[in-house]
Design a protein around this ligand. Structure first.
Ligand SMILES: Cc1cc2nc3c(=O)[nH]c(=O)nc-3n(C[C@H](O)[C@H](O)[C@H](O)COP(=O)(O)OP(=O)(O)OC[C@H]3O[C@@H](n4cnc5c(N)ncnc54)[C@H](O)[C@@H]3O)c2cc1C
Length: 377
């Protein structure tokens, strides 16, 4: 007999959608509510690490991701003028030798692929909706939605992101995410190289990762004292200032930002915050997933990856355990170490960048973490 027959997923980001898809494969009835009526995330590029590609294969969307995204099997490390100093191969995740070492895609394109897969899988998706209240007893959770409709569920999955309302309800003691001291800048630019590329300046590191056959995204992290709001009208000049020391293609992008000749660059600035909540990640029949419990800075480009892996692990544990409490404990028990590795190693890399620390230590932390994440789930 199935442990749960009817599940509510709150939040239609990567984690929530993958959970819905994996549970539908088991014949479980799934309702998914997403607060955004357009179901469309920021228009930024996102990197999909090798382990994330492996998890997307498990979910069943890898062909579309590889067709519509970009991918690479090596990283060129360049000086500030774009001269290649070293090329480092990117090894696929264990058990995924048929996949590229890493990939990239526009976030809305990934959301679209997963959104269609969620609907094809038979989940009942309702947009522009959230929960108003949830009350649980031993046998289920009664939910009132923001449109006044009601439902009763065997399990509720809170996948509503870093500022989760579900978390506020079930873990009111948690103070919320902490600002990391850095901000992230991204821009979409033409793809000129086969490989992913890192440009090492004296004070700034910039990178470019392919997101399709023709485009890549530029990423830069900067130091920030606080989570101050920067008006979008100031973004081109602020990003150009960060790229001051670069020549080559990065220098051309800087000049283009200043001259206003990059109208399709889709710039995005985000201050970075994160947290790692100790397990267990459930209270009774309400369980948390993805950024709600492990939100990371993007240094290892693995935040979405661990949200997807978490969804896969949660669905597997629900399928193979004989009582719900055991399945939910096993989910956090199995997934916690990988998530913690991503959050803590990313945090260490950010600290070294902020404090101008050792590049060798930074590289070692990144390599060690990537090696461990390649291991099977
Ligand atoms: C600047 C930046 C760059 C990043 N780059 C990368 C990268 O390159 N690679 C990578 O793997 N990861 C990256 N990440 C991390 C990644 O974006 C997150 O870890 C991932 O999106 C988490 O997925 P999620 O489903 O848990 O949450 P989210 O993607 O945040 O999804 C949560 C969903 O819940 C919805 N929601 C919110 N509140 C409610 C509510 N009350 N009711 C209903 N719905 C609600 C939201 O609209 C959203 O659709 C980056 C993060 C940042 C900030």
């Amino acid at each position: 007999m199935a442990l749960v027959n009817k599940v509510l997923v709150i939040g239609g980001g990567v984690g929530g959608m993958c959970a819905a898809i994996q549970l539908r494969k088991q014949g479980i009835e799934v309702d998914l509510v997403e607060i955004n009526p357009n179901w469309a995330p920021d228009g930024a590029g996102i990197t999909i690490s090798g382990p994330t590609l492996r998890a997307l294969r498990e979910v069943g969307v890898i062909d579309e991701v590889l067709r519509l995204g970009g991918h690479w099997s090596a990283v060129d490390i360049c000086g500030p003028q774009g001269d290649v100093k070293m090329t480092v191969p990117v090894v696929p995740a264990s058990g995924a030798d048929d996949l590229p070492g890493a990939g990239g895609i526009m976030r809305p394109v990934l959301a679209d692929i997963l959104g269609h897969a969620t609907q094809r899988a038979g989940a009942n998706v309702r947009l522009g909706l959230s929960f108003e209240s949830m009350v649980q007893d031993e046998a289920g959770v009664d939910v009132v939605f923001t449109d006044g409709s009601r439902g009763r569920y065997d399990l509720v999955i809170g996948a509503d992101g870093v500022n989760s309302q579900v978390r506020k309800l079930v873990m009111p003691e948690f103070p919320g995410p902490k600002f990391s001291g850095q901000g992230s800048w991204r821009a979409v630019v033409p793809r000129l190289r086969e490989n992913s590329t890192i440009y090492m300046g004296a004070t700034t590191k910039a990178g470019m990762n392919p997101i399709s056959d023709t485009e890549c995204y530029l990423f830069v992290l900067d130091r920030r004292e606080g989570m101050d709001f920067i008006p979008p009208s100031e973004w081109p000049e602020k990003l150009a200032e960060l790229l001051e020391e670069f020549g080559g293609q990065v220098g051309e992008i800087r000049d283009g930002l200043r001259q206003g000749t990059l109208p399709n660059a889709r710039l995005l600035y985000r201050p970075l915050a994160g947290h790692m909540i100790a397990g267990p990640w459930h209270r009774g029949r309400i369980v948390l997933l993805g950024d709600t419990v492990h939100a990371t800075t993007p240094h290892l480009a693995s935040g979405a990856g661990i949200a997807i892996e978490g969804a896969v692990v949660l669905a597997e544990e629900l399928a193979r355990r004989h009582y719900l409490e055991g399945a939910l404990l096993a989910y956090a028990g199995r997934h916690y170490d990988r998530a913690r590795l991503v959050v803590t190693a990313s945090g260490q890399m950010g600290r070294i960048e902020r404090e101008g620390g050792s590049l060798a230590e930074h590289t070692q932390i990144m390599r060690d973490a990537q090696q461990k994440l390649r291991a099977p789930l």
